[in-house]
Design a protein around this ligand. Structure first.
Ligand code: CTP
Length: 416
C-alpha cells in the first residue's frame, strides 16, 4: 500500500525550475528539495544574476543534474530547446520584475527567457521584488499580459522585505507554489467523453412540518467532484440535497430534499451516465410516518419515533447498471478499511473512497479531506490531508486509471 503523500501528482514529473536574480534565490533551494522529494526530476536554469546570490553548484548537488546558465556555452547542448520541450511544467521562482518584463514582451536574451518562448507546457511564475516595484503600473501591466496568455503568476505575499519595509513582495510560500504546480499538472479535457452523475450533501427526512432527520454533510466533497469533472471536460449532472453551497457553473443541478427524491433523480439520470459518484450522505433511516401537524409535547416525559430503513440507492443503481462505473463513499468512525471493503463488494462498486469522519481537519464540513481509495481490482491508495478540490481530481484520476486498466484487460481477453 502506498504511504501518505501530500502531493502525489509530482511523482515522475519532469520540471524545469528557473531561478532569477532576487534575494529570495535561497528559497528556490528549499523549493528544489521539496520538488525532488515529491518524486519530480528537476532541471534548473539560472540567470547570470541569480548565480550572484547562490552558486549553481548548490542546485547541481540537489538536483543531481548540471545547471543551465548560459545560452552560448557549448556544453549546454541546446538545453534551451530540449529541456522545455520535454518538461511537464516550467516554474520560475523567484521571478524578478526584469524577468516579468522580458517574459511579457518575448525578449529572449538569456537561457531562461528563451525557454519561455520554446516551451508549450504550463508555466508558473512566482515573483519576488520590492513592494513599490510590484505595484508599479509597468509590472502590473506585464503580469496582466502574462495571465491573459494563460501563465500562472502567483501574487507575492505581504511581509518584511530585504529593504526593511513591510509590503507585498515576498516570494509566495512554498506550499502555494507547490499547489499551483500540482493544479497545472492536472490533465485537461481527459474526461470529455464522460457523462458524470454526482450526488452531494445530506438528505432531510421530515418528522412533522417543522422537524426533520438529517446529518452533518456539507456537500463540499460532491460539489468539488462536480467542479473537477466539469473542468476536465465531462458533462455533469449534480443531484444535491440541501446545502449552503453555490453550485459550480456549467453543471446541471437537480435539487432534492429526501432520500426518496434523491433516488428518483439518480434513477432518472442513470441510463444517461457513464460514471456515477455517490458522495451524498443519504439517510439510512426514515420516519415511518410523517405527522401532518406539528407534534406536541403535551407534557409527555419521553417520546419515541418509529424509523424504517431507507432503500440503498447505490445498491439499487448497481442492480440496474449496464456499463456505468459506480463510485461510492464510505463514511466511517472505526475499522475504516474493512467497512469500506464490505461496502465496495456489498454494493457492487468499482471504487470506494473511504473516509474517516472522526479525523481532525477532515470529513464533514471541512475544506480538506484525507481518504483511502480502494478499487474492485484490489488496489488501495492512501491520500493525506488535502483540499477537497484537489482530492476530487485524485478521485477522478483513480477512476480513469481503473477504466483504462479494465479496458486493457478486456482488449487482451478479446485478442486471446
Ligand atoms: N448510500 C446510498 N443510499 C443510502 C445510504 C448510503 O446510496 N441509503 C451510499 C452513500 O452515498 C455512499 C455509500 O452508500 O456512497 C456508503 O454510505 P455510508 O453512509 O458510508 O454507509 P451506509 O451504506 O449508509 O452504511 P452504514 O450507515 O451502515 O455505514
Amino acid at each position: 500500500m502506498e504511504v501518505d503523500r501530500p502531493n502525489p501528482t509530482l511523482r515522475g514529473k519532469r520540471l524545469v525550475l528557473g531561478v532569477t536574480g532576487s534575494i529570495a534565490v535561497y528559497k528556490a533551494v528549499s523549493l528544489l528539495r521539496t520538488l525532488t522529494g515529491e518524486g519530480a526530476s528537476v532541471a534548473v536554469a539560472m540567470t547570470q544574476s541569480a548565480t550572484k546570490f547562490v552558486t549553481p553548484l548548490t542546485f547541481e548537488v540537489l538536483s543531481g543534474a548540471r545547471v543551465t546558465t548560459d545560452l552560448f556555452e557549448a556544453h549546454e547542448e541546446m538545453k534551451h530547446l530540449s529541456l522545455p520541450e520535454q518538461a511537464d511544467a516550467l516554474i520560475v521562482a523567484p521571478a524578478t520584475a526584469n524577468f516579468l518584463a522580458k517574459a511579457a514582451v518575448g525578449l529572449a536574451d538569456d537561457v531562461l527567457s528563451t525557454m519561455l518562448l520554446t516551451t508549450r507546457c504550463p508555466v508558473i511564475i512566482a515573483p519576488a521584488m520590492d513592494g513599490d516595484m510590484w505595484t508599479h503600473p509597468t509590472v502590473v501591466e506585464h503580469v496582466r499580459t502574462l495571465r491573459a496568455r494563460g501563465v500562472v503568476v502567483l501574487d507575492p505575499e505581504e511581509g518584511p522585505l530585504a529593504s526593511g519595509r513591510i509590503a507585498q513582495g515576498r516570494l509566495a510560500a512554498e506550499a502555494r507554489i507547490l499547489e499551483a504546480v500540482q493544479t497545472a499538472l492536472v490533465p485537461h479535457n481527459d474526461w470529455r467523453e464522460q457523462r458524470v452523475l454526482v450526488s452531494a450533501g445530506p438528505t432531510q427526512e421530515a418528522i412533522d412540518p417543522v422537524r426533520f432527520i438529517s446529518n452533518r454533510s456539507s456537500g463540499k466533497m460532491g460539489y468539488a467532484i462536480a467542479d473537477a469533472a466539469r473542468d476536465r471536460g465531462a458533462q455533469v449532472v449534480l443531484v444535491t440535497g440541501p446545502t449552503a453551497l453555490t453550485p459550480p457553473p456549467g453543471v446541471e443541478v437537480v435539487s432534492v430534499t429526501t432520500a426518496k427524491e434523491m433516488a428518483d433523480a439518480l434513477c432518472q439520470h442513470f441510463p444517461w451516465a457513464t460514471v456515477v459518484i455517490m458522495a451524498a450522505a443519504v439517510a439510512d433511516f426514515l420516519p415511518k410516518d410523517q405527522a401532518v401537524q406539528k407534534l406536541k409535547k403535551r407534557g409527555q416525559p419521553a417520546f419515541s419515533l418509529e424509523l424504517e430503513t431507507a432503500p440503498d440507492i447505490l445498491a439499487m443503481l448497481s442492480a440496474q447498471r449496464t456499463s456505468q462505473v459506480l463510485v461510492g463513499f464510505a463514511a466511517e468512525t472505526e475499522d475504516l478499511i474493512s467497512h469500506a471493503k464490505d461496502k465496495l463488494v456489498g454494493k457492487g462498486l468499482d471504487l470506494i473512497v473511504a473516509n474517516d469522519v472522526t479525523r481532525e481537519g477532515a470529513g464533514f464540513g471541512s475544506d480538506n479531506n484525507a481518504v483511502v481509495i480502494l478499487t474492485r481490482t484490489g488496489q488501495q491508495k492512501e491520500f493525506g490531508l488535502m483540499p477537497k478540490r484537489r482530492l476530487a481530481d485524485e478521485i477522478l484520476t483513480a477512476v480513469q486509471t481503473l477504466c483504462v486498466t479494465q479496458h486493457t484487460q478486456r482488449s487482451a481477453t478479446v485478442v486471446e
